[in-house]
Design a binder for this molecule. Structure first.
Ligand code: 7PJ
Length: 276
């Protein structure tokens, strides 16, 4: 399995989601168990995942906060086991400095922060390391974000947020070449906002950072189609495909096998049929 090289993402990457929370909204704790987490990782790698994204804190709207010790207990043993058993690229979905530090020590290849590196002590941990980071945009906090999200200009506001974060990182010695940006679908956005972001995703490429998107099984799919979580696969693949066509470099998904099919269809259209 290849390590991620942000400078050279020539084809879209698939990031497989591994929740090690008992309360994640879409796979409800099925992988809380250590062995199940390793099995799910192995399956996603067989299906062609390029990166495994491990999260120990649910960020669904209204989710309770997880104490740092509990988050560490959930994610660190799983990271260590995955790194030693599979040696694949591992991303850590966390917003806490202490968890990031422990993850970096355990060898993670990417920090994925839905709070855009705004947490206490986070920037220092990142500046003292050389791991790449994904900076996601969120308006508000998971508890409040869906109350009444408002923007003066949706894309410009989010672009301005990224510019500010990138500049701030730069002053601390975190080079832009280490940064991935993510508009944060569903994080402080209405249904309309989410689809506008999908339509205008290409604009984020102006910032010259790889663009990551997470659309998989989200309520922007479920609310539009009026479908429960377990019926959102086709909608998720459609959304991922549109995101790829609008410039997404990395897609964060639950359904790796089906998303890889979409990536291969996209690649054949965009770059021609390869290896034949
Ligand atoms: C995202 C994420 C996302 C990034 C979650 C869910 C909710 N990280 N973590 N982007 N979403 N970078 O999986 O639906 O959209 S948790």
């Amino acid at each position: 399995m290849n390590k991620i090289n942000l400078q050279n993402i020539s084809r879209p990457l698939v990031m497989g989601i591994l929740n090690v929370t008992p309360d994640s909204f879409s796979d409800g704790g099925r992988f809380a168990n250590f062995d199940m987490a390793l099995q799910q990782t192995e399956l996603m790698l067989q299906q062609g995942a390029d990166i495994i994204d491990i999260g120990g804190e649910s960020t669904r709207p209204g989710a309770p906060e997880v104490p740092v010790e509990q988050e560490l207990d959930r994610v660190i043993p799983v990271i260590e086991a995955i790194k030693s058993r599979f040696g694949c690229a591992v991303s850590l979905d966390t917003s806490k400095a202490q968890v990031m530090q422990a993850g970096i020590t355990a060898g993670v290849d990417l920090i994925n922060d839905v709070c855009g590196l705004e947490g206490e002590g986070v920037l220092k941990v990142i500046a003292d390391s050389d791991v790449p980071v994904c900076i996601m945009h969120m308006q508000g906090s998971p508890r409040t974000m869906q109350k009444n999200p408002q923007y003066s200009n949706l894309v410009n506001d989010i672009m301005a947020y990224f510019s500010e974060r990138i500049d701030h990182c730069d002053t601390l010695g975190i080079d832009k070449s280490r940064i991935i940006i993510d508009p944060g679908f569903g994080f402080g956005k209405t249904l309309k906002h989410n689809y506008q972001l999908l339509a205008e995703l290409e604009k984020f490429k102006q910032l010259e950072c790889p663009v990551l998107v997470g659309l998989s099984r989200k309520s922007m799919i479920g609310n539009l189609l009026e479908l429960d979580i377990d019926k959102r696969l086709a909608g998720s693949i459609a959304a991922a495909t549109l995101a790829l066509n609008n410039g997404a470099d990395i897609v964060r998904v639950h359904d790796v096998e089906e998303t890889k099919h979409a990536v291969r269809i996209f690649n054949a259209m965009k770059y021609g049929v390869e290896n034949e």
